[in-house]
Design a protein around this ligand. Sequence first.
Ligand code: MG
Length: 289
Amino acid sequence: MKLATVNDNGNIKAGMIIGDEFVCCVEGEGADMAVLSIIRTGDVASWDAIIDTAERRDLADVQILAPIPHLIRDMVCVGKNYYAHAKEFFDSGFDATQKETIPSEPIIFTKAMTSLIGPNDAIDASIDPTDSVDYEGELGVIISKTARRVAKADWQDYVFGYVIINDVTSRELQKKHNQWTIGKGLDTFGPMGPYIVTKDEIDDLPSMQIQTLVNDEVRQQTEIRDLIFDIPTLIETLTLTGTLLAGDVIATGTPVGVGIGFTPPKFLKSGDVVTINVTGLGSLTNPVI
Ligand code: MG
């Protein structure tokens, strides 16, 4: 099932994407929280049950929003989590925390919930005074229920589904402030969408591909199997001492091919369009202004 939240001529609606149509399951008050409610209850069957009678809209006639328009808290993110990207970041000179090329433990940070935008919303590069805006195509994991001390073998029980995230970053701010909160948390630097795909629709996670294009140029193209710390390891690590909650989002890291991997760096500029395709998860496109 593909869960989405849309704006239909000023009315927020939540439901499912089927083919080229949006199937409306909830509208009116609370529709902006309906996808989060389904994650919390796990009751996707209640939406499935009304497929045949629900209102349908052509996707072309609605604006798709971030599937969870109001995150419950900042996104949990993983730094330097693909082998070839870890090397390109280390070699770029922008890694203020660098001690080793390949991290021995997961590098965890958070990305401000206020950075969130939806598909086709603009990434406002003018907010970055250092003109060093970079893209990071990533697989996002949506947590299904309260998770503490989760053993690797049980990781699937705590995953609701998956979504595409662009962990847009100001490289100079990331470097200058040592920790990454400011460099990753700029307003509009958190595109997410177009929908959440429930885990039952994903049968071969390692073989899924992340592909990022800037305009028509392919910049990133890597399979999920190249993760340094896989999703079971990340969930085990994050819940060994702390708690993940239903609706939490983990951005699992970006593969090789970011802008600072090029010499000279290829930073995003006004007029660019960034598209991230992930196998089975659709396509997330955002213009840069
Ligand atoms: Mg990232």
